[in-house]
Ligand binder design. Sequence first.
Ligand SMILES: [Zn+2]
Ligand SMILES: [Zn+2]
Length: 379
Amino acid sequence: MKGKDYYEILGVSKNTTKDDLKQAYRKLAMQHHPDKAPADKKKESEEKFKEISEAYAVLSNDEKKAQYDRVGSAGMGNVNQEDIFRNADFSDFQDVFSGYSGGFGSADEIFKRVIFGGGIGRQRYGDGTQGDAGEDLEYNLSINLKESAFGTEKEIRFFHNSKCKVCNGTGSKDGSRTVCDKCHGRGAVQIHKRAGFITFTSAQTCPKCHGTGVVIQSPCYTCHGTGKAKEEAKVTVRVPGGVNSGDNLKMTGHGNYGRDGQGDLYIKISVMEDDFFKRKGDDICCNVKIPFILAILGGKIDVQTLRGTTSLNISEGTQPGTTLRMKDLGIHNEMRKHTGDQFVVTEIEIPKDLNERQKNLLIEFDEEMKKSKSRFKFW
Ligand SMILES: [Zn+2]
Ligand SMILES: [Zn+2]
């Protein structure tokens, strides 16, 4: 907004009257109407339209005009677009705007689209009735690490809409349907919503026929005319090995029923944390305590794996924090056709509460160590 001269933009003088201002804006708004511009000039005309509307919003409002006159154009720089347009009155220009927008266009639609960056566009609203595709559903399924490692089958129960068996999905007791008189079969009605000075016009699903465009004279008692019935469903989900938290399994056709098709069911997987194993991709990691004698002398130790207990070789002089790999004992990933490894991080177990003899043996051992060290040093 910096450096803009709103008076110059609208081609008016500083002490212009409100009527002159209106006229100047009206002329320019018609000239630069975005919906009137050819496709290649659209962007340019939108920019211009935005500029003149902003100028008008400021100059037509006494308070904002005073502020603008006081601090100049630069002073409006820290005022955002919404503030500029708040309380601005464009109601006198409805005719200018609605002329070009193709039926449901209005000042508000143009403002929302051009000035506030769009979003609503033009809603589908016209000849065809609104479709009735069944919605997709989501189901959260928790499994444990072992189930995620090798895959599992789970029977789940959930509620979805299915076709009403009494009326066979027609919603009608006797099969009679007539065109909806509220929306005249269009399935949508026009609504007006006020947001600040702007009235937004948009299409909304017809509340009478719920977008179907038809009304049922004598509705089915069971489904109250919707043609749908809530029903508990039971499905067996085959969870493939390797799934991880956040993965979705699609169960085609298990979502809600709609006249134009059944939605799908998405099984959202969450893998519960395991007390012992941590998962890293297809690998799993764990910490294993090794008796200090075994760490020093080497030997074998039994380690818990996803596939049961397995013997692991500990080599002589193993240090704490050493990572040992147990090949192919990780996650069996069916999707990637890959099996991860298990990684074992060693912790050394230091014995406590030793008896006298055990302590003496260690002291003896320590002296022997010192001797061998000093001998080594001496030579
Ligand atoms: Zn209707
Ligand atoms: Zn029914």
